[in-house]
Design a protein around this ligand. Structure first.
Ligand SMILES: [Fe+2]
Ligand SMILES: [Fe+2]
Length: 480
């Protein structure tokens, strides 16, 4: 295994020291990255010591190191999963030929676009979450937020490495542009819709980490199959970190649900708002919103781009290598959900152009498993309610359902019915005000806000009352 080079400023296992040109390009980019981090990273906490894990190798047994660090001093590094000797392209026309260590000329523009689109989501989420620290429900949660943030920063590094190492001058320009766009900005927005939404409160943050980070998992998994081996290896290692982000989301929502159930039982009412909890109906509306905007990230049900990516060996299916078909899909079909008149039908389409929908299906099944675990919490409290994923046509802006109004239970409804029922289906201004009213910071070690249950255990074996963020620590850094 390539050893981490700590003698260089950028920890890496890609032998950066041997590539002076690339090292210089990255060292030039690094200060601009830090400017971006100071401007757009977590607001108000740049000078605090945070108990963070840092990737120090790609060894499954000990890739992470935990220590106190101020975020601007975090060692953002470049790590690729170990190469698989003799790896061949697993799908599409180049199937069975050796994977590429350099970008094939004919796929240069397409690969660059795929990498930039993925890379753009990483800083976007940091920007979306930058105000959340001020309203944390506990030091434990504050630390988890910052862990996610610094790792999204590292994921930007991972994509910028690919751009700088393999795409020459175009790559350098893209690396700059990734620092220029801003989430929610009207002139220079981030590329994808969900990454321009606001993340104004912690319920939204947990939902985002569960639903939107999970889109990231599926995109990374599809790119991890790529015939372009550096992309594959980069994504494989990013998935290791991504698992924690989804844990933060699933456990976060699960703890909110648990607290809600405790309050429901204690006070024998569904209306737990009066007791400082978040009622299940509100949780359902937030779920509806975040699930639907995340579904859009997979793109249109029918996509010739997706077919071309696949046929070229650039982007595979989820767990491509575990599938037992021909990995070419020229003859195969796949079921697609589509509106026809005033009903919704399932029709067979060519599997190649249906690849977005297929990845979305894998994603939906994964989301459902998480929702089932939340529902198990509700059931354990003897409460007869369920959280549900809304129909895939609900509240969509992209694809077959974009022009329609679909209810959460999958009926095509009139605009009048939509307008009348929307307050039951999506977060209302009143919900947002209420959730906002709960967002008062709790920063005493071991204490938690009244709307969320404590976690089952601390981070890295530390106790719950551990000081995960030292708020009293040195103030001499520049706090934005
Ligand atoms: Fe990420
Ligand atoms: Fe993530």
């Amino acid at each position: 295994m390539a050893r981490v080079d700590y003698t260089e400023r950028i920890p890496n296992n890609v032998s950066l020291a041997d590539n002076r040109r690339l090292l210089r390009a990255l060292e030039e980019w690094q200060p601009r990255y830090l400017d971006w981090w100071r401007e757009m990273g977590p607001h108000g906490f740049q000078a605090k010591d945070v108990y963070l894990r840092t990737a120090i190798s790609v060894d499954a047994q000990g890739w992470a190191h935990f220590d106190w660090v101020r975020m601007p001093e975090y060692r953002w590094g470049i790590f690729l999963a170990e190469p698989q000797p003799g790896r061949t392209v697993g799908f599409g026309e180049p199937r069975g030929t050796p994977v590429w260590q350099e970008v094939p000329g004919e796929h240069r523009g397409t690969l660059r676009r795929l990498i930039v689109t993925q890379g753009d989501t990483e800083p976007a989420s940091v920007e979306q979450q930058r105000q959340l620290g001020r309203t944390c429900p506990s030091l434990y949660d504050l630390r988890n937020l910052f862990q996610v943030n610094v790792e999204e920063g590292r994921h930007l590094w991972a994509m910028v490495y690919l751009l700088q190492a393999h795409f020459g001058r175009d790559g350098r320009e893209e690396a700059e542009a990734l620092l220029q766009r801003r989430s929610g900005d009207t002139d220079k927005p981030r590329i994808l819709g969900a990454f321009n939404e606001r993340t104004p409160d912690w319920l939204s943050f947990f939902m985002f980490s569960f639903f939107t980070d999970r889109d990231g998992k599926y995109q990374l998994a599809a790119l991890a199959e790529s015939g372009f081996d550096p992309l594959s290896r980069t994504c494989r290692f990013m998935l290791t970190e991504e698992a924690h982000h989804m844990f933060v989301g699933e456990a976060g929502v699960g703890r909110v649900v648990q607290k809600t159930c405790e309050l429901m039982r204690e006070h024998k009412t569904d209306d737990v708002r009066r007791f400082g909890g978040i009622d299940l109906a509100t949780i359902q509306r937030y779920l509806n919103f975040h699930f639907s905007v995340s579904l859009d990230l997979f793109g249109s049900e029918i996509s010739t781009n997706a077919a071309n990516f696949y046929t070229a060996g650039l982007k595979g299916r989820f767990e491509e290598t575990k599938k037992t078909d021909d990995h070419v899909l020229r003859e195969a079909t796949y079921p697609i959900t589509r509106p026809e008149g005033d009903t919704i039908k399932i029709v067979e389409e060519p599997a190649l152009t249906a690849l977005n929908e297929r990845l979305r299906d894998d994603y939906v099944a994964d989301c459902q498993r998480g929702v089932d675990r939340w529902n198990a919490v509700i059931r354990r409290h003897g409460i007869d309610t369920e959280l549900r994923l809304p129909h895939r046509g609900f509240h969509r802006a992209i694809g077959n359902f974009a022009e329609l109004r679909v209810s959460p239970d999958g009926r095509i409804v009139s605009q009048a019915e939509w307008d009348a029922r929307k307050p039951q289906w999506l977060p209302t201004p009143d919900d947002q005000v209420f959730i906002g009213s709960l967002m008062t910071p709790v920063v005493e070690p071991g204490r938690f806000a009244g709307w969320i249950a404590p976690p089952a255990r601390g981070i890295n074996g530390q106790p719950m009352e551990f000081e995960y963020v030292k708020l009293g620590s040195n103030q001499d850094g520049q706090d934005a």
